[in-house]
Write a protein that binds this ligand. Structure first.
Ligand SMILES: [Fe+2]
Ligand SMILES: [Fe+2]
Length: 324
């Protein structure tokens, strides 16, 4: 069963993989599914997981475990913290664990998208399949996968931001008529890796309320730094690296690093630029409060010249609830 398929029921599928590393008390109940509508509580809040019992279930072929929709948020925060602990520690992250970190993050982002943004369920399901494909593709070279997760996770804001940008980029690409699975995957991957160069800066932009002129100059280098990093990783297509290099170019020529103009900018990079700006606007940052979705959409429209106008119109329409 795919991740997307379980998200609209009352129970959401989870992974126990990361929990194996830690013996914490649970802050949520865990269920197993007997039939499509019958879920039985396996562990309750306050318990630690009994791994022998889990093994018995696994031996019976039960691979999936669940939490209720109501407790999903608690589970996500818990797993996020475990993921951070794991990434900060010197323990080697296994390929399987890297997958879990990314998949859980994508599942959580999808959940947030349906709950917070009123996005059509089928559209979100499509997006989740594309993004899952991206994660698998990245995992073809296990070293690349682990490295990318580690680089992005260096700065707490970036990993979540990357996943969100990836999803909104695919959503916009689809809405603008892009159908080829390969192209969608390129957009998704570009969205996911667009800010990987930020990990190479000498400062964390999230720690700074204001950037000095020097820091701003350094910040402008993150697309090129990202490109250099990915040159060393296998399995990342040139199309993806072009997105990374060009995601801050603007059709009116005022972007960076090369001040490209409208038609010179790679189309998928224009898509990612809009998703990137939108996701940044609706997130709370160290230097300002988050905008509401409506405010962010108005802001995108006001910033004409900085983004592709046609794509902004499609995005605004996509994100504006239709009156039925
Ligand atoms: Fe960026
Ligand atoms: Fe970004």
């Amino acid at each position: 069963m795919s991740y997307a398929a379980v998200k609209f029921e009352n129970y959401i599928q989870i992974s126990l993989q990361l929990l194996r590393r830690f013996n914490n008390q649970l802050k949520f109940d865990i269920y197993v599914r007997r039939t499509d509508s019958d879920y039985t509580k396996l562990f309750k809040k306050g318990d630690s997981i009994d791994w022998e019992r889990v093994a018995l279930y696994e031996a019976k072929g039960i691979k999936y475990f669940f939490v209720t929709k109501d407790e999903y948020q608690i589970y996500s925060l818990f797993v996020e913290r475990l993921g951070e602990q794991l990434l900060e520690s010197r323990q080697q992250l296994t390929v399987e664990e890297s997958f879990v970190v990314l998949k859980e993050l994508s599942q959580f982002t999808i959940h947030e998208m349906t709950v917070n943004f009123n996005i059509d369920e089928r559209a979100v399901e499509n997006v989740s399949n594309v993004v899952e494909g991206c994660i698998k593709e990245l995992g073809k070279d296990p070293k690349s996968l682990i490295n990318v997760v580690k680089l992005l996770a260096n700065q707490p804001y970036i990993l979540k931001h990357s996943m969100m940008v990836s999803m909104f980029s695919v959503l916009l690409a689809k809405a603008s008529g892009m159908e080829s699975e390969m192209n969608l995957r390129i957009v998704g991957m570009g969205g996911f890796l667009h800010d990987v160069g930020v990990s190479q800066l000498t400062f964390d932009p999230e720690d700074e309320k204001f950037l000095s002129a020097e820091q701003r100059k350094e910040m402008w280098r993150h697309p090129e730094l990202g490109l250099q990093l990915l040159d060393n990783l296998k399995g990342v297509r040139t199309e993806v690296t072009q997105i990374i290099l060009q995601h801050h170019e603007q059709p009116n020529g005022t972007g960076y690093p090369n001040g490209l103009r409208g038609p010179e900018i790679y189309h998928p990079a224009k898509i990612v630029a809009i998703a990137d700006a939108f996701c940044a606007m609706i997130s709370q940052r160290s230097f300002r409060e988050a905008l509401t979705v409506g405010e962010a959409l108005s802001r995108l429209k006001e910033l004409s010249g900085k983004f592709d106008k046609k794509l902004v119109d499609i995005f605004v329409k996509l994100m504006t609830p239709q009156k039925s």
